[in-house]
Design a binder for this molecule. Structure first.
Ligand code: FAD
Ligand code: SIN
Length: 523
């Protein structure tokens, strides 16, 4: 087992982690930065983003309107100061991303081809066809490659943060915790190494995998939030889970393929099995109401009709323009025998985004000393009770810049305290579990509990039942964890259990329906 001492340790290689790494590396060429990531370097929610980045660009648009739309979507629970910071910094941050090589679609006149999505009062989404995330991840990884002070470590799984309570002789006070690094499983050597740094960043993304049906890839298991929670960081708003209204209906397929909201922004209609545009009766913005409203309307439609899906009708749309903007969606549907110009696309809501997470301040600091959080694992106050479409990549980019500035300006001269007696990971007495199926069974059980009992519509009775079931899995998992040689699978199971618990517990504490949170007991 090895010990690595560096300046900045970043967990996660999506837009949040890579932005911080690049900007810090450019500002501080002598700063030694490690980016640790549990799968291959590009695997992340970022890579699958379709719609794009929200930003005021057009002269007819305004910061005031983008701020207002964000506040309305968030059901007025967003922090106005944070919303202002993110919205007003959007054009500058995007110009920088473009200077690094990111390519956004343009009109024939050479202006950005600004798309529209739910909850936006103007066209303001910069996109690269319908594979914006792929373009961004590629651009960021190219930048990382060109910077010699960044070391990127794929297939390295962060297990837990190192804080005072692991250190012999250190006074432990749960209200004043300091982080020194993390224990990381090198998946090739199977060793758990110790990484120590003066600044540590959690950029580990979301937790969609806590549900059976999600648009999130299998890496989205909420590891960073669970690690921070175990280390006693403040974690809030976990009851606010966003379900995207339109994932492709393909039973058994995981993750679910997303049909971007930009398709509705382009003019597609949602119809029930009788062909009726049911959103017209629900919200003046019809299909372009914010996601919480559309997802709930579809859920209610499915309950009423007993159908498995609703229909997304694109048959009236301009064929050439559609294929130009949405080549990936068009091709996916075609590969399944769906001709989007003559047939509707069957769609259902799927877990998509977590508004809650590790509480951070406006410079990205968590409640633990030396520890930052950025991107989907963080809760900055930007999204309130429901995130406005295409504000996530943007939030990660703007906060990524702010955290890099904070590290570069205020933390560059910090020196690691050599006198700390930091123990190495102790694997004594653990063995490789004989039956991995027990881990995968518990993972599926958590996903089914959450999908059946803690999804778009909740109730006290369902939440209590979910908590009972989760408690059993918690006991079972903790027993297995204590005696097992650690693997990503068992760690993810433990983390998913913590995330599910936090969603249920914080749902129980909310006694009014706001944004994405809706309980039958609060009507
Ligand atoms: P991620 O991009 O998810 O990166 C997390 C990283 O952490 C990964 O590299 C992962 O491997 C690593 N990691 C996790 N746990 C560990 C661990 N234990 N050890 C080591 N590494 C770890 N948002 C928008 O604004 N616009 C869109 O158009 C849009 N479209 C979307 C489409 C889809 C299908 C999905 C799933 C999401 C979409 N979103 C969109 C949301 C947005 O993509 C994400 O919120 C955002 O990319 C999150 O970025 P991030 O850097 O915080 O996390
Ligand atoms: C989409 O393209 O519909 C996803 C956009 C988002 O999650 O903001």
């Amino acid at each position: 087992m090895s010990i690595f001492k560096i300046d900045t340790l970043i967990l996660g290689s999506g837009i949040a982690g890579l932005t911080i790494a690049i900007k810090t590396a450019k500002n501080l060429p002598n700063n030694k930065i490690f980016v640790v990531t549990k799968a291959n370097e590009s695997e992340s929610n970022t890579k699958y983003a379709q719609g794009g980045f929200a930003s005021v660009w057009d002269k007819l648009d305004s910061f005031k309107d983008h701020i207002n739309d964000t506040m309305i979507a968030g059901d007025q629970l967003s922090n106005p100061e944070i919303v202002k910071i993110v919205v007003e910094n959007a054009p500058k941050s995007l110009k920088e991303l473009i200077s690094w090589g990111a390519d956004f679609d343009e009109t024939d006149k050479g202006d950005f081809d600004l798309g529209k999505e739910g909850g936006h009062s103007a066209n303001r989404i910069l996109h690269h066809k319908d594979i914006t995330g792929f373009e961004i991840e590629k651009t960021l990884l190219e930048q990382v490659e060109s910077l010699s002070n960044i070391t990127l470590l794929p297939y390295h799984f962060a297990i837990d943060l190192i804080t005072d309570h692991q250190i012999a002789g250190k006074q432990y006070n749960k209200n004043e915790v300091t982080c020194y690094g993390a224990y990381i499983l090198n998946q090739k050597t199977k060793k758990i190494d110790t990484y120590l740094a003066t600044s540590i960043v959690l950029a580990t993304g979301g937790a969609g995998q806590v549900y059976a049906s999600t648009t999130n890839p299998i890496i989205a298991t909420g590891d960073g939030i669970a690690m921070a929670y175990r280390a006693k960081a403040k974690v809030t708003d976990m009851e606010f889970v966003q379900f995207h209204p339109t994932s492709l209906y393909q039973p058994g397929e995981s993750p679910a393929f997303l049909i971007s909201e930009a398709v509705r922004g382009f003019g597609a209609y949602l119809r029930n099995n009788k062909g009726v545009r049911f959103m017209l009766d629900i919200d003046d913005r019809a299909e372009l109401a914010s996601r919480d409203i559309v997802a709930r309307a579809i859920d209610s439609e499915l309950i009423k009709t007993g159908n498995q899906y609703v229909n997304l009708d694109c048959t009236h749309l301009d064929k050439d323009a559609f294929i130009k903007h949405f080549p990936n969606i068009y091709e996916k549907c075609r590969s399944l025998g769906i001709d989007v110009f003559t047939q509707s696309i069957p769609v259902v809501p799927a877990a998509h985004y977590l508004m809650g997470g590790i509480v951070i301040d406006k410079n990205g600091y968590s409640s633990i000393n030396n520890l930052f959080a950025c991107g989907e694992c963080s809760r900055s106050g930007l999204h309130g009770a429901n995130r406005l479409a295409s504000n996530s990549l943007l939030g990660a980019l703007v906060f990524g810049s702010r955290i890099a500035s904070e590290i570069s300006n205020n933390r560059k001269d910090l020196i690691f305290d050599e006198n700390l007696d930091i123990p190495e990971w102790d694997e004594e007495g653990t063995t490789v579990p004989k039956e991995k199926v027990l881990i995968s069974h518990n993972r599926k059980t958590i996903q089914n509990i959450m999908t059946d009992l803690v999804a778009i519509v909740r109730s006290n009775e369902r939440l209590e039942k979910a908590l009972d079931h989760l408690d059993y899995i918690f006991q079972d998992t903790e027993k297995a964890y204590a005696k097992s040689k650690l693997s990503p699978q068992i760690c993810e199971l433990r983390n998913l259990n913590a995330i599910a618990y936090l969603i249920v517990k914080q749902s129980m504490e909310r006694n009014e329906n706001r944004g994405a949170f809706y309980s039958l007991d609060n009507l």
